[in-house]
Design a protein around this ligand. Structure first.
Ligand SMILES: *Cc1c(COP(=O)(O)O)cnc(C)c1O
Length: 359
């Protein structure tokens, strides 16, 4: 029996995808071996890689002025690779700080001794909102934002409007492909696949090729985006099985209405939970309403004791991983693309019953 998995990541995958992978596990397309065992130089794997890279751009509505990479090291390595490659000595990294993940990215910029400017921050209100105004520095190398804040549950609802000649870079780990977006406004988009598009092990990086003209010289081989671009994301052994599953998830997104379809489903799921937070004085949302995330919904109960009880009883009812991130406490429901509608309905129903019993 499958449970409802509200994990923030690694997270739920579509059941159809898991079943397909299961069917192909011993023999991929009748060739007598598994993708888990296959050479990354084989014709079969090359096709899997190309398919995943192309589907990504197609879903984003991007052309061949962009390219997709599936790397390793997580979104966390991108925190370092991006300033290393794209901030020259005389320029300044501009960051908008919206919580834990952007703070980690800021730490790497400091370790690299790059010039840093915090263009805006929501730290003054404990990262419970998305800044609506920012001030760029002189000579910006680029502006970096985190489009969805997995831990705090805030999400950018519009793309930041900045001059065309300043590259815009985004960590989209936890809301990538959850809704239509004008991706062409961004010069580099990256994230860990394990939140919204696949299993752990692969990091997606979508780069506008023109950004590479601004690259610093003298990059070491593995830190150089060109290394990976020139070798079609297989300079060294890529995370083959993760990429194979990502390809299937991307196809599943296409089959379910593409990004419009995802948005509609995701809004509907989030509404089930937000309606309860809005109507109840038992549950408390932690984010200003206009910035709340469709993907990660943090909430509090009247006491920590009740929160523990809520999480335990939910688990007894087949609803798992509702604990908030250890840095903020409370509860959090993550409702990524692959989470079935039924899971959100069942959680909403459980929340109402729990409130009645414990109020
Ligand atoms: C999970 C997460 C990360 C870290 O990803 P790793 O792949 O574990 O390095 C970075 N940014 C955001 C927004 C995340 O949700």
């Amino acid at each position: 029996m499958r449970v409802h998995n509200f994990s923030a990541g690694p997270a739920v995958l579509p059941e159809e995808v898991l079943k397909e992978a299961q069917e192909e596990l011993l023999s991929y397309q009748g060739i007598g071996l598994s993708v888990l065992e296959m050479s990354h130089r084989s014709a079969e794997f090359k096709e899997i890689m190309e398919d995943a890279r192309n589907r990504t751009l197609k879903l984003m509505g991007l052309g061949d002025d962009y390219t997709t990479l599936f790397l390793q090291g997580g979104a966390s390595l991108q925190f370092y690779m991006i300033p290393l490659n794209f901030c020259p000595e005389d320029k300044v990294v501009n960051m908008i700080d919206t919580g834990a993940w952007s703070s980690k990215a800021i730490k790497e910029i400091k370790l690299l001794n790059k010039k840093l400017h915090i263009a805006a921050s929501s730290e003054d209100k404990n990262f419970t909102y998305i800044p609506k105004e920012w001030k760029l520095s002189e000579n910006p190398a680029y502006l970096h934002i985190t489009t969805n804040n997995t831990i705090r549950g805030t999400e950018w609802k519009t793309d930041p409007d900045i001059p065309d000649n300043i590259p815009l870079i985004a960590d989209m780990s936890s809301n990538f492909l959850s809704k239509p977006l004008d991706f062409s406004k961004y010069d580099l988009i990256y994230g860990g696949a394990q939140k919204n598009i696949g299993p752990a092990g692969a990091t997606f990086v979508i780069i506008k090729k023109s950004l590479l003209e601004k690259q610093n010289p003298g990059m070491s081989t593995m830190m150089d985006y060109n290394t990976h671009i020139k070798k079609d994301s297989a300079f060294n052994t890529p995370p083959c099985f993760a990429i194979y599953i990502i390809g299937k998830v991307l196809k599943w997104i296409e089959d379910n209405g593409g990004l419009e379809g995802m948005k509609k489903r995701n809004e509907e799921k989030a509404d089930y939970i937000y309606n309860i937070l809005d109507e109840s004085d038992f549950y408390q949302g932690t984010v200003v309403p206009e910035d709340r995330s469709m993907m990660n919904i943090p909430f509090r109960l009247p006491t920590e004791e009740l929160e523990k009880k809520f999480i335990a009883e939910a688990a007894d009812n087949g609803m798992l991983t509702l604990k908030g991130h250890r840095s903020v406490g409370g509860c959090r429901a993550s409702l990524y693309n692959s989470l079935p509608m039924q899971a959100a309905q069942d959680l909403a129903e459980f929340m109402q019953k729990f409130e009645k019993k414990n109020k």
